[in-house]
Design a protein around this ligand. Structure first.
Ligand SMILES: N[C@@H](CCC(=O)N[C@@H](CS)C(=O)NCC(=O)O)C(=O)O
Length: 209
């Protein structure tokens, strides 16, 4: 049985949850409360010394990092392929997943973690105290606006991030569009393709997770 160390309110473990659901798998959930700092406590640090979620436990091993979790699960359960089937598809999934993660998800994290009073000295995830830098919050918002524009261009010609098939890149894009609400940003009426894409993504059963 797969065991997912999760936090129902956080964006990164939602990616892992959606991946497992899109695969049609069942798993056991261990909820880790990030608000009370459970992820930095001794018990969870034994599971994941880096003190972050998600972490996937299977067969006596703990896998951390969304990309690693996706690679592991896809190797065990190849269908439906969420990392691409052909060489080119695999490249496109990796490419657009990275663009969504680095250009979108990380931009929001930069804006949120460097401005929210709840994240004082928690500007980076994990056990070390990291002070906020307000200029990084501004830079994060600027990067997010660029990402919305890049997504609008991509979705004008493609139904899905990696082309004409659903993939991990769509999971990351979906989670990123929703995460942007945390800093009160959303693609507006000048981003109709982003809006139509999200309406389609909301119809998938994995979306509610
Ligand atoms: N690159 C990691 C990122 C994991 C991550 O940053 N998780 C956040 C929740 S969204 C976390 O555990 N934060 C703990 C903290 O803020 O200290 C992945 O994709 O798995």
């Amino acid at each position: 049985m797969l065991k997912l160390y999760d936090c129902s309110t956080a964006p990164s473990p939602r990616r892992a949850r959606m991946f497992l659901a899109e695969k049609g798998l069942e798993w056991e959930t261990v909820e880790i409360d990030l608000r009370t700092g459970e992820h930095l406590g001794e018990a969870y640090r034994k599971v994941h010394p880096g003190g972050m979620v998600p972490a996937l436990e299977h067969d006596g091993h703990v896998i951390t990092e969304n990309l690693a979790i996706a690679a592991y699960v896809e190797a065990l359960h190849p269908e439906p392929a969420l990392l691409g089937s052909t060489a080119l598809e695999k490249a496109r999934v990796a490419e657009w997943n990275a663009r969504c993660e680095m250009g979108g998800l990380m931009a929001i994290a930069e804006a949120l973690r460097n401005s929210s009073p709840h994240m004082k000295d928690r500007a980076l995830p994990g056990p070390r105290p990291v002070p906020q830098i307000p200029e990084l919050a501004e830079r994060g918002r600027m990067r997010l606006a660029w990402w919305f524009k890049a997504m609008e261009r991509r979705l004008a010609d493609n139904d899905y991030m990696a082309g004409d098939f659903y993939s991990l890149a769509d999971i990351t894009a979906t989670v990123t569009f929703d995460f942007s609400k945390w800093i009160k940003e959303q693609p507006g009426d000048d981003h109709p393709h982003c809006q139509a894409y999200m309406a389609r993504m909301r119809e998938r059963t994995s979306y509610s997770l």
